[in-house]
Design a protein around this ligand. Sequence first.
Ligand code: PFF
Length: 452
Amino acid sequence: MSEHRTERGNWNSKLGFVLAAAGSAVGLGNIWGFPTQVAENGGASFILIYLICCLIVGLPVMIAEFAIGRNTRRNPVGAFKKLGNGWFPPLIGLWGVMCGVMILSFYLVVAGWTFGFVFGEIFYFTGLTGASEWVADLGNGFKNAIFTILFMIATIAIITGGVSNGIERATKTMMPILIAVLIIMIVYVFTLRGSMDGLRLYLLPDFSVVNTSLVFAALGQAFFSLSLGMGALLTYGSYLKKNQNIVESATYVTLADVGIAFLAGLLIIPAMFVAQYSGITIMDEDGRLFASTTLVFDVLPNLFKSMGGFFGLLFGASFFVLLSMAALTSTISLLEVPVSYLIDEHQVSRKKASIGIGGLVMLFAVIISFNINLIDVLATIFNNVGLPLGGLMLCTFLAWFWKSEKAMDEIRHGFEDMDNTLFPKIWPVFVTYICPLLIALVLITTLYNLIR
Ligand code: PFF
């Protein structure tokens, strides 16, 4: 066995794997992407549609990624190369590696903002108003670069530690803290005036706004939120032991992702209405709730300020620690994709690969730090087009090149009574027809809207 092969590592425990994969899935997409989409798109009816999208498209594709990863024990490029001939299979993997590098480059800048705001809150409440305003300036390239670099150093440090000592240990520590902090914050917000208005908006379904573009928006959000389409979960699957039930684990990861997105909404939407009670503007002229950066870096910090004193500090700093942890468990999965590619395909040591590719991504991220309008452009190309395209290629490959029977032979390991369940009848239909068709529709709609 060559040296690099022994470096691949394994997850130490079943729970460790589920938490690591859930950590990849739970990120900025859940904590600020999902709640505002819900508020803007018919409240609970969006939650329901989102849940259905996760179950009928996300879950089958996630099972496919885990199965390909575990069967080949390779990074995305090596995995597709091993299972198929010709130029097409490795291209799917390379597309994934490229999406990983590019998504990480801008995701890091946003993650750096959230990390900076932890200090921003502390500065504000300790009277260092100048420093807190400096941190709050999202357009300050130099400041952005500092926090982006710090965030990347943390990501590289974890990845250098390897699969069980680095990724698994870090996510096993951070995920329970994240869930606990989220729940404590929800309970506190519910005690504040105005929260019930938010809760009502969040939970009352308005089916009149449901249309096909809303369904496609939910599908796109599900794909990004579940970290699908670029081989991150395929790579995590490649460290899986044969005795772990892939279907069961994928179900837990999907439910954890949807559950945490739902909890984030329970916190953020009521918090916005608490802010409104304190006189903070939470909607634009058209009556739409503020979303994304305005929501997270403007409305919510103003709410924390209005709380004042110790509670403001505690609440504000905890919220940004929560966001930073969610982002960190996702950035490590994004970096692990190109790192595992270098380890497997180019026999580079884990340490050199992490520092080398991490350094390159850091350079891109610094450039983006100074040109933050690039974030939207890159997100459109790589999140909205890149991930569904990757997912479509993955399903096509599995169904027509590798064949679902072979994938099921892999899935049977750890799921011995699979043949006595409905799984072998349902899953192949989903990965072969339903998922590719729905993903293709999302892709076509996105491209159509872009060129229109
Ligand atoms: N799922 C992450 C989020 O919701 O923020 C983002 C992400 C991580 C996308 C890893 C893709 C990926 F491979």
